[in-house]
Write a protein that binds this ligand. Structure first.
Ligand SMILES: [Zn+2]
Ligand SMILES: [Zn+2]
Length: 476
């Protein structure tokens, strides 16, 4: 769970709150009055400073649900939606999408379900990088898989319901008086709606409904909208002249064979310009440069590409801490670009987490196409080969770029955290004793962490085998 940074913002305090509640995952506890669900939820929100109007829809297979329970919900203004069990998540998600479409932010979304991390999170994280709402979650079983979906607050469902008992009893009577109308019974399978429980019951017992449930029960899969967000978009006005910072994993995505390193910057600039981006571009290339030929480093540096020496074991850590530092110094609007084949495995979750806080425009490039769409929302992606080929198609543009790009890039050792002005100084540093010591220290640290982790796992898997642990210690 993330800090509730936005929760305090005044605009959210009175904004709409929409609640989607999976009654199969989070049922009403035995003996609990259904009429108390809404007041409990509202009390929980009020405690956090939210007093906007709350709409609640409860989803479930309602054929067996007692009338007393449905009446308790509807009399307190909770809409009730019948759906076959396996389609609950997709029905909820479709309604969430519709709500987001009709209710521009600010607003708060609450999901009561155990499926947030497994089923909703990928799409929701992507949606949240586009348009941010406050997200609240309640669950009865905590997911072992932690999601990078930024939430303002997560509750245990039963604990949340118990909160209400602290409230005075007369509030519930007000609800019963207030909401004679408005609440609805829906059959999601047939798109049938009624305000009367009797008519709704009749519908659920009808032959038409039974047939529809067999022929056309709905899809279990979520109707993802964000999967369509996979093309290169033209620059939005606020990004057209904004800074572009490029972090390039050269270990993973080296310069293609036969390609002149001096063309890298002008090629990228041409590719950005073709989408309408003309802001200043800074590029840092990360790699183990001990064996890299001088002419290549000189070519990069002479076109203003900075070079950051690192080792493969810590390259992504260094890149990520550089992202954080850069974001701290460069508030949006600005563009971040990552060139790497391992964004999805090592960087995407953390970056998508940050993007739900402050939003930057994101570009990606890789030397081969990823096997699935990233959780990180991007506005342009390239294969490195085709990105570098842009130059060939726009040579006249390129000459102009390279003429202006005379400023030279910095040489940096990301292991020792030092900047070096010339290639000679960089070479001297990489072969120095001081650097060798630092590199050795980093490898020791990695090894120590690994042994510690092994011990930790071992003590979990073999809790009583002290002998084994001792043996492991003495061998490491
Ligand atoms: Zn029906
Ligand atoms: Zn160093």
């Amino acid at each position: 769970m993330w800090e509730s940074d936005a929760a305090k913002a005044a605009e959210y305090a009175t904004a709409k709150i929409a609640v989607w509640w999976d009654m199969k995952d989070c049922p009403i506890p035995e003996g609990y009055d259904a009429g108390r669900v809404r007041p409990s939820i509202e009390a929980a929100f009020k405690k956090l400073g939210y007093s906007g109007p709350v709409s609640i829809t409860a989803y479930g297979d309602l054929i067996q649900t007692p009338n007393r329970l449905l009446r308790g919900l509807s009399s307190t203004g909770v809409a009730v939606a019948h759906t076959v069990s396996r389609c609950i998540c997709s029905r909820m998600f479709t309604d969430m999408l519709e709500w987001r479409g009709q209710n521009p932010a600010p607003g708060s979304m609450m999901i009561i379900s155990n499926q947030v991390a497994y089923v909703f999170s990928w799409d929701l994280i992507r949606l949240q990088q586009h348009t941010k709402y406050n997200i609240f979650v309640a669950y009865s079983v905590n997911s072992e898989y932690s999601s990078t979906l930024r939430t303002c607050k997560e509750w245990r469902w039963k604990r949340l319901l118990e909160e209400y008992y602290k409230q005075p009893d007369d509030t519930i009577i007000q609800y019963y008086k207030r909401s004679e109308t408005g609440a609805m019974f829906h059959c999601k399978t047939c798109s049938f709606h009624s305000q009367s429980l009797e008519i709704f019951r009749k519908h659920l017992a009808s032959k038409n409904h039974a047939l529809e449930e067999i022929i056309n029960p709905g899809y279990a899969q979520l109707a993802s909208v964000t999967k369509k967000w996979g093309k290169n978009y033209a620059a939005k006005a606020e990004h057209a002249a904004a800074k572009i910072a490029v972090w390039w994993d050269m270990m993973d995505c080296p310069i293609p064979e036969g390609y002149d390193a001096r063309q890298v910057r002008p090629s990228m600039e041409a590719a950005f310009k073709s989408l309408g981006y003309s802001g200043p571009v800074s590029i840092t290339a990360y790699g183990d440069f001990k064996q890299t030929p001088d002419h290549l480093l000189r070519a990069l540096s002479s076109t203003g590409v900075s070079v950051g020496h690192t080792v493969s074991e810590v390259i992504y850590k260094r890149m990520f801490s550089d992202f954080i530092e850069w974001r701290g110094n460069n508030p949006p609007p600005a563009t971040m670009m990552v060139i790497s084949n391992h964004v999805e495995e090592v960087l995407a979750d953390d970056l998508a987490g940050l993007q739900q806080g402050s939003k930057y425009n994101i570009f990606l490039a890789y030397s081969y196409r990823p096997y699935k769409m990233s959780v990180l929302v991007t506005s342009a992606e390239w294969l490195l080969d085709s990105l570098l080929a842009v130059l060939e198609q726009t040579k006249h543009l390129l000459r102009k770029c390279s003429e202006t790009g005379e400023s030279s890039g910095i040489f940096n050792c990301t292991l020792c955290f030092c900047d070096l002005k010339s290639l000679d100084d960089f070479r001297k540093h990489l072969s120095s004793e001081e650097h060798a010591e630092e590199e050795g220290y980093i490898y020791d640290l990695i090894e120590d962490n690994l042994s510690e982790r092994k011990l930790e796992i071992e003590s979990k898997v073999f809790p009583k085998s002290k002998r084994l642990r001792k043996a492991f210690r003495s061998s490491s």
